[in-house]
Design a protein around this ligand. Structure first.
Ligand SMILES: Cc1cc2nc3c(=O)[nH]c(=O)nc-3n(C[C@H](O)[C@H](O)[C@H](O)COP(=O)(O)OP(=O)(O)OC[C@H]3O[C@@H](n4cnc5c(N)ncnc54)[C@H](O)[C@@H]3O)c2cc1C
Length: 453
């Protein structure tokens, strides 16, 4: 289908689907080139959006903390948010065996029962120096080879099972290696005797706005874009043979370039709806094989300031008796997100699919928060608002790499740029979204300046 008829009309600009950080970054970096930014919801930001809740609380879409590594993104975010951006040192904990320990678990077992520390320490030493395990073929094997039996049993297996909602044997070996701190033997030993040296992992410090939550970043990007996003607009079909898409309401929108940040399987569905014969069956099959989990999270508002020992930014909760894998506090990171004398939390629950009944989970969540010492009395709870993220975490199973590549390679030949967390069907962070949006814009600008490219 990559034929002459696909050539964009002289005036057809770019259509960007989705006004999350990727779509917004693309819009901002298209400079004066014409585009339309199509968004199905009523605001910008996607996952990086801040919601106004009752009583003056502001809640993000679970914790959204900025871990910026590249000078370019640091400068961009600083330019957009100015003095409102401040650095924070992570205050993260793990709750298991009835006690709070430092994060990451694997390098901070001090405080746990002695037999747990012993199992973690000996398991780690055996995994590193004694056992000759074969090359891991799945995530469970990777975890066991990397951390040993004790750390796997007491943290890695139960925690990861809860977040992804699927057996770890069904996930690829090292898909999460980039995000999991891998301590040295010295770190593990020091952490077992209470002498940890420094915070480990990619998120030991982060930056966050002092006003408006993470949504302030999305709003600032939008304010810097040449054209406004169009809200409550959803494409019904996309026809590559005419290079146009139909929006709900019937409007036909021609496009030269199409930048899609909506979930990859949805994009393929829209392309099939537009012109079934234009989409190869192997692409349709591949889209059916892509899987992601669902995250249900509750925004919870409580009366009263946090107690001195309860000011953690977030807490990892591996044990199966708790329905959630993590609890974070918006107001512990940024007090202005809650009215004075109050505090706010998000509680995250992973699920294999989106068949979830939030009302069934309310009481178990409250019971869990009481065990953690976060909620004392029911009457302190001002609200508990359920939200569903679906897709949330892409599942890196056996089908993943091949299916994703099949679709993305084909889209490339059709001059469709699919980017962003769900556009490329990947695990990424806000910094990546900003970068990918810019790269998409640069590709389009390069093509416009040199049409033969
Ligand atoms: C639970 C969770 C916690 C996270 N925490 C962090 C963190 O602490 N730090 C960090 O850096 N990153 C974090 N991330 C990752 C971060 O949210 C993403 O990398 C980033 O926001 C992705 O932006 P995006 O624009 O690619 O996608 P999205 O934010 O998903 O934006 C896509 C946009 O497309 C719109 N859309 C969808 N379908 C359609 C359609 N059919 N038609 C029109 N519009 C459509 C959506 O409404 C949305 O606005 C987290 C992600 C999750 C799931």
């Amino acid at each position: 289908m990559n034929s002459e008829s696909n050539a964009p009309g002289p005036r057809a600009g770019t259509v960007i689907l989705g006004a999350g950080l990727t779509g917004l970054s693309c819009a901002v970096h298209l400079d004066d080139a014409p585009y339309r930014l199509i968004e199905r919801s009523d605001g910008v930001g996607g996952l990086a959006r801040t919601h106004r809740r009752p009583h003056g609380f502001l809640c993000d879409g679970t914790g959204h903390w900025l871990h910026l590594r590249q000078d370019w993104t640091k400068a961009l975010v600083r330019r957009l948010l100015g003095d409102s951006l401040t650095a924070r040192a992570r205050r993260a904990r793990v709750f298991s065996q009835g006690v709070y320990t430092e994060y990451p678990f694997q390098a901070n077992t001090y405080g746990l029962p002695k037999e747990v520390i012993e199992a973690c320490l000996t398991g780690f030493i055996k995994a590193r120096y004694e056992e000759q395990r074969p090359e891991p073929t799945n995530y469970a094997e990777w975890v066991r080879k990397e951390f040993g039996e004790g750390i796997s049993t007491h943290f890695m297996f139960p925690y990861n099972r809860k977040i992804y909602g699927v057996p770890l044997e069904t996930l690829a070996a090292d898909f999460a290696a980039k995000y999991i701190p891998r301590p040295s033997l010295e770190d593990v030993v020091r952490g077992a005797i209470g002498r940890s040296r420094e915070a480990l992992g990619y998120n030991a410090t982060f930056v966050y706005p002092t006003h408006g939550g993470i949504g302030a970043l999305s709003e600032a990007l939008h304010a810097n874009a040449k054209r406004r996003a169009e809200f409550h607009r959803t494409p019904q079909r996309i026809d590559l043979s005419t290079r146009s898409l139909r929006l709900d309401g019937g409007e036909e929108v021609p496009f030269g370039d199409l930048v899609s940040t909506i979930p990859l399987p949805t994009l393929v569905e829209l392309l099939v709806a537009g012109c079934p014969t234009s989409v190869p069956s192997m692409v349709v099959d591949a889209a059916r094989r892509l899987r992601a989990n669902t995250v249900l999270y509750f925004d919870i508002a409580l009366k009263g300031a946090p107690k001195a020992n309860q000011d953690h930014h977030w807490i990892y909760v591996p044990e199966p008796e708790f329905p959630f894998y993590r609890v974070g506090s918006y107001s512990a990171v940024e007090p202005s997100l809650a009215p004075p004398g109050h505090r706010s939390y998000y509680v995250e629950i992973g699920h294999e699919n989106d068949h979830i009944e939030p009302s069934r989970l309310e009481q178990p969540v409250l019971d869990g928060l009481k065990k953690l010492g976060i909620v004392e009395r029911d009457e302190d709870v001002l609200f508990m608002i359920p939200n569903v993220l679906s897709p949330a975490y892409v599942l890196f199973d056996d089908a993943y790499a091949d299916a994703r590549r099949t679709i993305l390679d084909w889209l490339e030949t059709e001059r469709v740029i699919s980017v962003g967390r769900y556009g490329r069907w990947q695990y990424n962070a806000m910094e990546d979204a900003l970068l990918e949006g810019r790269e998409a814009a640069e590709r389009i600008l390069a093509r416009t300046r040199s049409p033969s490219a």
